[in-house]
Design a binder for this molecule. Structure first.
Ligand code: GLY
Ligand code: MN
Length: 348
C-alpha cells in the first residue's frame, strides 16, 4: 500500500477526500482493501493527511491498524460519511460506484465536484511493495504445490470436473481461496481459452489447466498444458514452439519495455500461427487477478520495476486443440519467474 503517494496525488488534483465503499458482503472492494487492509462492508475515507473507515459494529474484528468509526444504522452510509468529512471536490472510483449509489451520494453531497480516481489507484497498485511481493511469491509457491499434487494424482481423475474439484478442494482445505474458477479443458475444449470444466470424461489430447489462488488477498495465476494419451510428433513440435515463445517473451520482459512491443514480438514470432493466438500476452496480478499492466497490442503500459504480471501465450485451433503456458513474473532488475511448475510437455 502506498498511501503517501496516493495522498500526494489528491493534493496535486485538489481533491479534498477520496471515498471508497462496499455494501456487498460477498465482495471485496479492491482499492478499499489496498488502502486499508479491510475487506468488509462500509466506507473508506482518505483525505490529504488522514485515513479512516466507517463500518458496521459487527465488522470491528476485521479492522487492523486503521481508525474506524462505527456506522450507526439510523443513517444511510453516505449520510454518515457526510457527518465525518467535508469537502467540495471528492474523489470516487467510477469503476465501482454504481449508478444507484451515485444518486444516493449526490443526495447527501449536494454541489460537490467528483473526480474519478480509479486510474490513480490502478497505477499505484501496478507497482508492488516489498510486502506485496512477499505475499505474491507465497501465493505462487502454494499454487505450484497444489499443481504438483494435482499432476501426481492425475491418473485417478476421470472427468474435467474431477480435476477442478481437486484443485478447489486442495485450495480450500489449506485455508486459501480460488483466484478464479479453474479452467480444465481437454480435447477440443482446450481450444476455448476460458472453458468451464464439464462433467464429462477427460478427452485424449492436450489438456489446459489454468489455476490460481488467493493468499492474504493476493492472486496467483498459472497455466500448464499436459497431454493425455500419446502425442504425435507434430503436436510435440507445436507445444515446444509455443514454449519457446513463452520463454523468449519472459527474457524480453525488461524495465522500460513497452507492453505492446512485448506482445507484438510474440505475435510476429508466431508467424503463420498468429491468427490462432486470440488473447493478450498477459496481465498484471495482485489483489485482482487482472490488473495493470496490460500486455496487449494496444496497451500504453510500460514495464516498470516492481510489476507482477503473467506471460501466457496460447494457440487455439477451433474444435481441435489448444495449448497455453502461463507463468507469473516479477520484474526486479530482470524478470523473475515466480511459478516454478515444470513446463516440458507432461504426458499422462
Ligand atoms: N487465468 C485466467 C486469465 O488470465 O484469463
Ligand atoms: Mn492469466
Amino acid at each position: 500500500m502506498n498511501i503517501k503517494a496516493f495522498q500526494s496525488e489528491l493534493k496535486k488534483r485538489n481533491v479534498d477526500f477520496a471515498l471508497f465503499y462496499n455494501v456487498d458482503y460477498d465482495k471485496t472492494n479492491a482499492n478499499m482493501f489496498y488502502f486499508s487492509g479491510y475487506k468488509g462492508i462500509g466506507a473508506l475515507i482518505i483525505t490529504k493527511n488522514k485515513r479512516f473507515l466507517i463500518i458496521p459494529k459487527m465488522e470491528i474484528g476485521r479492522v487492523k491498524g486503521i481508525k474506524a468509526y462505527i456506522w450507526d444504522k439510523d443513517h444511510r452510509l453516505f449520510e454518515f460519511v457526510k457527518k465525518k468529512v467535508k469537502g467540495k471536490v471528492i474523489g470516487i472510483d467510477k469503476n465501482v460506484f454504481t449508478l444507484n449509489a451515485y444518486k444516493e451520494f449526490k443526495k447527501q453531497f449536494k454541489n460537490v465536484k467528483t473526480v474519478d480516481i480509479s486510474s490513480i489507484c490502478n497505477k499505484l497498485r501496478a507497482i508492488k511493495t516489498n510486502e506485496e511481493i512477499g505475499i505474491i511469491k507465497e501465493a505462487c509457491k502454494i499454487t505450484d504445490n497444489i499443481l504438483k499434487k494435482c499432476f501426481s494424482n492425475f491418473k485417478k481423475f476421470r472427468k474435467e470436473t474431477d480435476v477442478a474439484a481437486f484443485l478447489e478442494n486442495e485450495t480450500k482445505k489449506s485455508g486459501y481461496e480460488l483466484a478464479f474458477n479453474p479452467v480444465v479443458a481437454s480435447g477440443k475444449n482446450a481450444a476455448v481459452p476460458h472453458h468451464a470444466p464439464e462433467n464429462i470424461k477427460l478427452k485424449k489430447g492436450f489438456c489446459v489447466i489454468d489455476f490460481g489462488i488467493k493468499y492474504k488477498g493476493y492472486c496467483s495465476d498459472a497455466t500448464r498444458t499436459i497431454y493425455i494419451g500419446r502425442p504425435k510428433e507434430k503436436e510435440i513440435r507445436l507445444y515446444n514452439f509455443l514454449l519457446r515463445m513463452q520463454k523468449d517473451a519472459i527474457k524480453n520482459a525488461k524495465i522500460g519495455k513497452k507492453c505492446s512491443d512485448l506482445y507484438n514480438k510474440v505475435n510476429e514470432d508466431l508467424k503463420e500461427y498468429k491468427k490462432y493466438f486470440t488473447h493478450g500476452l498477459g496481465h498484471g496480478i495482485g489483489i485482482d487477478v487482472h490488473e495493470l499492466p496490460n500486455l496487449t497490442e494496444k496497451s500504453k503500459d510500460i514495464l516498470k520495476r516492481g510489476m507482477a504480471f503473467t506471460i501466457e501465450p496460447g494457440i487455439y485451433f477451433k474444435n481441435q486443440l489448444g495449448i497455453r503456458i502461463e507463468d507469473d513474473i516479477l520484474l526486479t532488475k530482470k524478470a523473475e519467474i515466480l511459478t516454478k511448475t515444470k513446463k516440458g510437455l507432461m504426458v499422462i
